[in-house]
Design a protein around this ligand. Structure first.
Ligand code: PHE
Length: 336
């Protein structure tokens, strides 16, 4: 008979406090089933006392466990109901990430050039000699190759980490016919000592415009449009320079009004700040890429995203851009 009770207790379920309480009283109350059995203990023959006692205790434990379990389940349900039943409660806060300053600046540059018809092109970071050097008018043993300290793949001198995204422009010219208007953002690598001002990898955006009758005046006007949109500064200066892939070549300075100590340092006190290299694409390069230099001409330019990010966001050390310190990255939450 006790065993029947145990089976019943184990199967019992209830979802209301009243039912659980009634069940508790029925079994564990003063006049409950258990007390009846305990009272009957005296009249059990001595030989059966031990077994009887064990079974009664088993029933007692089962009843107690059941009451506890049901009460706990009920409480949990009530708590959940209070939380999820209240539709006016604010949601759990979601931790928002922030864009990396490199991405912010890169997107701004892409945006500015896309407004005057430039598309975005990409290429591999592991390049071959042809696309990074030879096609760009830098034949083997050309001294200008040393301008960009290159990481080579040890087993194959033909394979290297691209030193500029001019390699993407070569690929683009090989695959497309003019008119070409494209910018190539991406990561580049140079075997340089790491310091606050330079790293062994950084990011560039290079631009290329090729069509019939493209002139140096088009280049200058495009750059002026860019610096005005990007920095709010329209006064630029082109200094003669040298790149193997452009002729003539120039370095672009913007006049940076001297307002702060940082401005002064960045411009070395002259007010002029160098921001990129540019020039008219060398006819040899067009030829190498299957474009007839008698029919077409074009200009190219290239700038470092990291340096511009440092400048615009007053970041004192280029290494902060690749350390992934969330205290640093979190400061760009409000920017785009
Ligand atoms: N490729 C050059 C560099 O990495 C930049 C550049 C691009 C200069 C296009 C002129 C024309 O420094």
């Amino acid at each position: 008979k006790i065993k029947e009770h145990i089976a019943r207790v184990e199967q019992f379920t209830a979802s209301e406090m009243g039912e659980i309480e009634a069940f508790r009283i029925e079994y564990l109350g003063k006049k409950g089933v258990l007390n009846d059995f305990f009272a009957a203990f005296k009249s059990v023959p001595n030989t059966e006392k031990k077994e009887f006692g064990q079974v009664v205790n088993q029933l007692k434990d089962a009843a107690q466990d059941k009451v506890n379990a049901l009460k706990e389940a009920l409480e949990k349900k009530t708590v959940n109901k209070n939380i999820y039943g209240d539709l006016t409660r604010p949601a759990e806060p979601v931790a928002l990430g922030s864009r990396h300053p490199i991405s912010i600046v890169k997107n701004q540059i892409i945006d500015i050039f896309s407004r005057i018809g430039f598309n975005v092109s990409e290429g591999p970071e592991i390049e071959d000699d042809w696309h990074n050097f030879t096609a760009l008018n830098l034949p083997e043993y050309h001294p200008a190759r040393d301008m960009q300290d290159t990481f080579f793949i040890q087993t194959d001198p033909d394979i290297l980490l691209r030193t500029h995204t001019s390699s993407v422009q070569v690929r683009y010219m090989e695959e497309h016919k003019p008119p070409i208007r494209t910018i190539s953002p991406g990561r580049v690598y140079r075997n340089e000592a790491i310091s606050a001002r330079s790293h062994c990898f950084f990011h560039q955006v290079e631009g290329l415009y090729i069509d019939k009758g493209v002139s140096f005046a088009d280049l200058k006007q495009t750059l002026q449009y860019f610096t005005t949109e990007m920095f709010g500064k329209s006064r630029i200066r082109l200094r003669p320079s040298y790149f193997p892939f452009t002729e003539p070549s120039a370095e672009v300075d913007v006049y940076w009004g001297l307002e702060t100590e940082t401005d002064y340092k960045m411009t070395k006190g002259t007010g002029w700040l160098e921001i990129m290299g540019c020039g008219m694409v060398d006819p040899n390069v067009l030829q190498n890429c299957g474009i007839d230099p008698k029919e077409y001409s074009g200009f190219a330019f290239g700038m470092g995203i990291d340096r511009i990010a440092l400048l615009l966001h007053q970041i004192p050390d280029i290494r902060m851009l690749s350390e992934n310190d969330v205290r640093f990255l979190g400061q760009f939450k409000s920017v785009l």
